[in-house]
Design a protein around this ligand. Sequence first.
Ligand code: HEC
Ligand code: HEC
Length: 328
Amino acid sequence: MRIDKTFPTLLLCILSFNLQCSYAGEELKNEPILPIPLKIVLNPQKVALGEKLFHDPLLSHNNKMACAQCHQLNNGGDDGLKTSITNNGKPDLINAPTVFNSIFNFRQTWRGAFKTLELQAEGDLKNPRHAATNWQELLPKLKSKAHYKTDFNAIYPEGINRESVLDAIATYEKSLITPNSRFDQYLRGNNNALTADEKEGYTHFKRYGCIACHQGVNVGGNVFQKLGLFDNYFEHRGKITKADYGLYNVTKDEKDRHVFRVPSLRNVAVTGPYLHDGTFKDLQDVIEVMAKFQLGIRIKEKHVLKIKKFLQTLTGEYKGKPLNKDNK
Ligand code: HEC
Ligand code: HEC
């Protein structure tokens, strides 16, 4: 079936995709999950400059903390920790999500605080536990480096300023996509890309209702939902912190308490520990938590294990190589 004749798929594509839909002409299976486009067209000079900035500790107040410290590209795009280590050596308040495929999320951060990658990058730069800097401090530091002056002037007529710094970082982040997972190969028509167990796992994922929240290009990342629809997750876990309030911290609206952006399940096999609090290390436990608190059901263990196998097929490639899980 051709995508341009498939209304629901196209609608999902538009809902979950803030870049142009680039599936024209591709033969896709008619499923509620869409493959990651194989390529996104971006300005390569901006990507290269953004990559440099992303890995440069100069961007932080203490000149020690690069974005890449907590978002390690050879480690699933996160740091593999329950919560990151902040600039004063203490544990952070919340688990670090992966930067891979963040372009396909409709909001950034667990509570969905930022609508764009640019605003998100500024948020991390100003965050007192992360880069802890500000523009008055950062811009002169960047301008003092001849290589940055040259790079910026070659791309941006305005040179080094807030907008150009954020644009370069965000453009680089847009390049951090992980296409060609085995599941995407299946969506593109290769029935042999998945084993029978993995296909059965996908059927359970849809049949039990996981798909209601985790769908679209990013298998999530495009809606808000409360954590604990059917039972109180936080009472079971204990020790409630402000980070557990989720979207409430943005809106101060009581109905948003414990509401989170549904996370992407792309590469989920390599991005543990899981949930905003980093409580769970094993996907099997998270699947059971989801069944109990988000669906109000118990799923047979043998089905849980098959869903886990399906989730493992969502691991994609960066620069042609499958993401690895060195840190797990
Ligand atoms: C000390 C660790 C740390 C550093 C350094 C750091 N981040 Fe983050 N990052 C996090 C955490 C933790 C979150 C989640 C914050 C939240 O949900 O409130 C996050 C969220 C994000 C997100 C949103 C991803 C998503 O799925 O919502 C992006 C994008 C991101 N960071 C990019 C950056 C960039 C760019 C820099 C450098 C300017 C940076 N990070 C520096 C820990 C870090
Ligand atoms: C009603 C919406 C909803 C349903 C249904 C749902 N989820 Fe989730 N899922 C969420 C939300 C919200 C989170 C993030 C919760 C948090 O960390 O605060 C999440 C988190 C996850 C995570 C952790 C991702 C990460 O990076 O930490 C996994 C894995 C997951 N869900 C799998 C599933 C599976 C499998 C099912 C079906 C059994 C399912 N979900 C059903 C909303 C849902």
